[in-house]
Design a protein around this ligand. Structure first.
Ligand code: COA
Length: 204
C-alpha cells in the first residue's frame, strides 16, 4: 500500500511520518519539554535518545514489517503531534496499541480523540485488526478523557508496565474490539452514541 494516504475529518488529519519530518518533530518535542516529559517513554538502561532521524527510521522499519503505523497528527495542515500504532500482532490476536501526543497550543480542541477515532477505524476496517489498546498513567487526566470520550472500556491496571519519565509506571488499560463499534469509532462519537464507561474508581 502507498504510504502517502491521509485520514481526514474536518481540519484534523493523519498521515504517515517521513524521514524529512525529523526537523519539525524535533522542534516541537524539544520546545515542549515540560508538557511532554511527564508522559514520555524513557530508556530503562540509559539516557533516552533524541535522535529523531533514527527514531523515524525505526518507526518506518516497523511500518515496512507490518508491525506499526507511525502517523503524524495535522491540524489545519500543520504538524501538531504524533499518533503511533505499535505492537501490531496479526493472526489469532490481531491487535495493536496506540500512543499519542500533541503540542499545548492546540490542546483542548478535540484533536486527539478525533485522531484516535480515525486511526482506530483505519486499523479495524482497512488493516483488519480486531482489538486496539491504549495504556495511560492513572494521573494523566487529559489522556484518560480522550479514551472516555471515545468509549473505550477500562479493563484494569498493569503494574509497573512502561518506563515513563525515568521510572516504571502503572498504567490503566483501555480497549475496544471491532465488533463493539460496527459503525465506526468516529461515527459513534459524532452521533453522541458513546456509552458512558464505568468510572475508573468504581469496583467490579
Ligand atoms: C493527552 C493529550 C494527547 C490530549 O489531547 P487533546 O487533543 O487536548 O484532547 P482533548 O481536546 O480531548 O482534551 C482532553 C482533556 O485535556 C484537558 N485540557 C483541555 N484543554 C487543555 C489545555 N489547554 N491544556 C491542558 N489540558 C487541557 C481537559 O481535561 C480535556 O478534557 P475535557 O474536554 O473533558 O475538558 C494532550 O494533553 C497531550 O499531548 N498531553 C501530553 C502528552 C500525553 O499525555 N500523551 C498521552 C500519553 S498516554
Amino acid at each position: 500500500m502507498s504510504n502517502s494516504f491521509a485520514l481526514t475529518h474536518g481540519e484534523i488529519s493523519l498521515r504517515i511520518i517521513k524521514a524529512r519530518d525529523a526537523k519539525t518533530v524535533e522542534r516541537l518535542v524539544l520546545s515542549n519539554r515540560a508538557w511532554l516529559k511527564p508522559w514520555e517513554a524513557t530508556n530503562p538502561h540509559g539516557p533516552t535518545s533524541f535522535d529523531f532521524k533514527s527514531q523515524i527510521r525505526g518507526l518506518l522499519r516497523q511500518l515496512e514489517n507490518d508491525e506499526g503505523i507511525p502517523f503524524l497528527i495535522l491540524y489545519k495542515g500543520e504538524i501538531v503531534g504524533q499518533l503511533n500504532v505499535a505492537n501490531i500482532l496479526h493472526g489469532s490476536v490481531s491487535s495493536c496499541v496506540i500512543g499519542y501526543w500533541i503540542i499545548p497550543e492546540v490542546a483542548g480542541k478535540g484533536i486527539t480523540p478525533t485522531a484516535v477515532a480515525l486511526a482506530m477505524d483505519y486499523v479495524f476496517k482497512v488493516v483488519g485488526l480486531h482489538r486496539v489498546e491504549i495504556d495511560i498513567r492513572p494521573d494523566n487526566e487529559a489522556s484518560v478523557r480522550v479514551v472516555e470520550k471515545l468509549g473505550l472500556r477500562h479493563e484494569g491496571l498493569k503494574k509497573n508496565y512502561i518506563h515513563i519519565n525515568n521510572a516504571w509506571r502503572d498504567h490503566l488499560v483501555f480497549a475496544l474490539t471491532a465488533d463493539e463499534v460496527p459503525d465506526g469509532v468516529l461515527n459513534r462519537w459524532l452521533r453522541r452514541e458513546v456509552p458512558k464507561i464505568k468510572s475508573r474508581d468504581q469496583k467490579d
